[in-house]
Design a protein around this ligand. Structure first.
Ligand code: ATP
Length: 312
């Protein structure tokens, strides 16, 4: 029987947000970037991207945080599609429908998740034949957090955070995310960190205790090693962070930390019911604009469904 050729009508890809369990910042390089040593964990808050054939590249964003992003050439999803088109010599376009569930400029790499989802969706739609490794290179070109959104799970990130090694992590962790409507600019948070640490020359690294805690799968052990060097810088620029942390300090959370460059605050709970209870407390105190209960690790960018039409 002859195989019927098919045309991809739409490709639906989902990619996760991340939190940083550990974020150690090193000296500023002449390029302006900082060396980082981080442990990412992908969490169950997802961006969806549906890619369908079109003549040009375009995006349309809906969802809780859509009003904070522009549907133009500056959108990271648009940039991901153009970069892949250029790298693969693709001449057709794509329409990208983005559902934004991850806060914008929240330190959770939502834009990076859109970029990673777009790379995978367009790769499948255009059937570029690029290897997953090549997609990884394009991802790193788009931004330091994009490669992790492709791979997901739990991983150590070195360099600018884009040189990834998967981490052995047991179990599932329950997180409460206290989210602010007003985001923070990552470069501004690093500038504030520079102001707080003049003459800093340390090389950042991840403590062995962090890897041991992840292998144990014990949330209490993980709570002891959570650390974010950007905590104070983010707190100086977003005063709401301190109020949220005060409320969480009086809750059954095992530990709290700012995610990435903030202002999202992540609280580690011992189990799901306690996470729900903590979330209710944060809502009742009215210190955050949105509260989410999520689990980690979550998978990286993946195909949800692909609608094909027989070519006749
Ligand atoms: P990170 O943790 O990687 O520093 P973040 O979570 O703080 O990132 P993002 O929401 O990923 O921040 O995006 C940062 C900026 O990128 C936003 O302020 C926005 O102007 C711009 N941007 C472009 N495209 C997108 C997109 N699709 N989603 C979100 N932001 C986008």
């Amino acid at each position: 029987m002859r195989a019927v050729p098919t045309v991809q009508q739409a490709v639906h890809v989902r990619a996760p947000a991340k939190i940083n369990l550990v974020l150690r910042v090193g000296a500023r390089e002449p390029s302006g970037y900082h060396q980082l040593a981080t442990v990412f964990q992908a969490v169950s808050l997802f961006e969806d991207v549906v890619a369908s054939p079109a003549e040009e590249i375009s995006t349309s964003t809906t969802g809780r945080w859509a009003e904070h992003v522009r549907d133009d050439e500056s959108n990271l999803a648009y940039r991901a599609a153009s970069l892949l088109a250029e790298a693969s010599g693709t001449r057709t376009g794509v329409h990208l429908e983005i559902t934004k569930r991850v806060p914008v400029a929240g330190g959770m790499a939502g834009g990076s998740a859109d970029a990673a989802a777009t790379l995978l969706a367009c790769d499948l739609l255009w059937q570029t034949g690029l290897a997953r490794e090549e997609l990884g290179h394009l991802a790193a070109e788009l931004g330091a957090d994009v490669p992790f959104a492709l791979t997901g799970g739990t991983a150590v990130g070195l360099g600018r955070g884009d040189v990834l090694t998967p981490a052995l992590a047991r179990g599932a962790y329950h997180w409460v995310l206290a989210i602010s409507e007003q985001g923070l600019s990552t470069p501004e948070v690093f500038e504030e960190w520079d102001r707080l640490h003049p003459e800093y020359a340390e090389h950042p690294s991840i403590d062995d205790a962090v890897m041991a805690a992840l292998i144990s799968g014990d949330a209490h052990r993980l709570a002891e090693v959570l650390v974010n060097d950007l905590d104070a810088a983010a707190g100086n620029l977003a005063p709401g962070v301190e109020r949220i942390q005060q409320v969480l300090a009086d809750s059954p959370a095992l530990a709290t930390l700012v995610s990435g460059s903030g202002p999202t605050v992540a609280a580690l709970a011992p189990d799901h019911p306690t996470a729900v209870e903590i979330a209710e407390t944060v809502r009742a105190m009215d210190v955050a604009d949105e509260v989410e209960v999520v689990t980690g690790p979550a998978p990286g960018a993946r195909l949800l469904e692909s609608v094909r039409e027989d070519e006749g």
